[in-house]
Ligand binder design. Structure first.
Ligand SMILES: O=C(O)CCC(=O)C(=O)O
Length: 366
C-alpha cells in the first residue's frame, strides 16, 4: 500500500513531496515536466517531447493535491498543466535497490532449480518461476522435453528468439570424425562460457539431451560471479588485472574467423561484476607488454584453479529429455569426458537474455 502525500513544498528547483510515512521526495521541475504523463503518446506510452526543448528554468507556478491525492502542477513558461499519480511518483522516491542474485557453489542444495516442459508451456506462472530461477541462479534445468530434434527451439519460443550463429540455429553436440570444435569429440571440456569470440556474445545457451548412453559425459556448472567475487576478496591484484586488461578470443574454421576482445571479468559503473568470459579452448595468446605477462598469468591461473575446483562445481548427468539453460555471461558449463561405447547426443542453441527478462516482467504483470 502506498501512503498518501500529505503536503507539497515549492522550492526554486525542486518540488518536495511529503509522504505520510515520513519520506520526503525531491523532484526536479525539469524532470517532472519531462516525465509528465501528457507528454507521452497514450497509445504506446512513448515520450513525445525532447528534454532539450524545455526551458531550463521551468518551475511550478502552483502545485496542489487534488481530491484523488494526485499532484496537479501548473507550469511556468506557458508549459500547461500536469497531473501525476502518487503510485508513479513513489516509484522514484528511493534509489534503485542493488541487484540481488543468489551466488552458489557446490553446496547448493538439491533439487536444483527445475521445471517440467509441459507445465511451463501451459502455465504462465510455472514459466515465470522457471525464468526467475535463471535470473537468480544464472541457470535452470527443464525435464520432459520431447527427445526429438530441434525441440529445444520450442523451449526458446516460450520466452524469446534463437540467436543464429555460424553453427546454425542449433547444433549437434556429439563425437564426429573431423570436429571443427572440441565440443564435437568425447574429450572432457573444462567449465567455460560459450562463444567468447563473438561480439556481442550470446547471453543464453541451452543444451538439450537426446541420448546419453555413453559412460561419463556428466555436466558441470560453475557460478562465474561467485568466482569473481571470491577473487576480488582474496587477491585484489589478480582481480584488478582480470577486470582491466582486455584479452582476445578467437575461433577459426574453413568458413569463419571470429575475434572478440574483452577483459575476462567486466564490471559495471558501480563496480559490480556484470559479465565473465572464460574459455580455455578459444583463448588467444596473451599479447601485452612482456613485463605484464607474468602477473597476468598469475591472475589467470588463480581464476582457472577456481574454475576447475570441484568445490565450486555442480555436477549432474542429463537424461534424455533433460535440458539446461545458462546465463552465458555468468555461468560456466562443461562436461566430463565420455566413452565411445554408447551414443551421447545433445543439441544446443543460443538466445538472448533481454527476451527472457522481458517475458519475466510480462508474466509478472499478469
Ligand atoms: O557436451 C556437453 O555436455 C557440453 C557441450 C558444450 O559445452 C558446448 O557445446 O558448449
Amino acid at each position: 500500500m502506498i501512503p498518501p502525500i500529505t503536503q507539497l513544498t515549492l522550492g526554486t528547483q525542486f518540488l518536495t513531496l511529503h509522504w505520510a510515512d515520513g519520506v520526503q521526495q525531491e523532484c526536479y521541475y525539469l524532470w517532472l515536466r519531462d516525465n509528465a504523463p501528457e507528454a507521452r503518446d497514450p497509445r504506446n506510452g512513448q515520450r513525445l517531447i525532447e528534454a532539450i526543448d524545455l526551458p531550463t528554468d521551468i518551475h511550478a507556478q502552483a502545485a496542489t493535491l487534488n481530491p484523488a491525492g494526485q499532484v496537479e502542477i501548473t507550469w511556468s513558461h506557458e508549459q500547461g498543466h500536469s497531473c501525476f499519480a502518487p503510485a508513479w511518483l513513489r516509484g522514484y522516491a528511493a534509489l534503485p535497490a542493488p541487484r540481488s542474485l543468489r551466488l552458489w557453489d557446490a553446496t547448493l542444495p538439491k533439487p536444483y532449480p527445475t521445471a517440467s516442459y509441459p507445465e511451463i508451456r501451459e502455465k504462465p506462472t510455472a514459466l515465470h518461476y522457471w525464468l526467475a530461477a535463471v535470473a537468480d541462479y544464472g541457470f535452470a534445468l527443464l525435464q520432459h522435453v520431447p527427445t526429438t530434434s530441434q525441440a529445444l527451439l520450442q523451449v526458446v519460443d516460450l520466452f524469446g528468439y534463437v540467436r543464429e550463429t555460424n553453427y546454425g540455429k542449433y547444433f549437434d553436440v556429439k563425437s564426429v570424425v573431423n570436429p571443427n570444435n572440441l565440443a564435437y569429440t568425447g574429450l572432457a571440456l573444462s567449465p567455460h562460457t560459450d562463444n567468447p569470440y563473438r561480439d556481442p556474445t550470446p547471453t543464453l545457451q541451452l543444451l538439450h539431451c537426446l541420448q546419453n548412453a555413453a559412460e561419463g559425459g556428466e555436466n558441470t556448472l560453475v557460478d562465474g560471479f561467485l568466482l569473481a567475487e571470491t577473487l576480488r576478496n582474496r587477491a585484489p591484484e589478480h582481480f584488478h588485472l582480470l577486470t582491466t586488461q582486455p584479452v582476445r578470443f578467437r575461433f577459426q574454421d574453413k568458413e569463419s574467423d571470429l575475434v572478440a576482445e574483452t577483459p575476462l571479468i567486466r564490471l559495471d559503473t558501480q563496480g559490480q561484476v556484470m559479465a565473465v568470459r572464460y574459455n580455455n579452448r578459444s583463448q588467444a595468446p596473451f599479447h601485452f607488454v612482456p613485463a605484464l605477462i607474468p602477473a597476468y598469468y598469475a591472475a589467470y591461473r588463480a581464476f582457472g584453479q577456481m574454475v576447475n575446483n570441484p568445490a565450486y562445481q555442480l555436477r549432474f548427468k542429463l537424461n534424455p529429455g533433460d535440458l539446461f539453460i545458462v546465463d552465458n555471461e555468468r555461468i560456466l558449463h562443461g562436461r566430463t569426458g565420455f566413452s565411445s561405447g554408447g551414443t551421447r547426443h545433445l543439441q544446443g542453441c543460443y538466445a538472448d537474455r533481454d527476451g527472457l527478462y522481458s517475458k519475466l516482467r510480462v508474466t509478472n504483470h499478469k
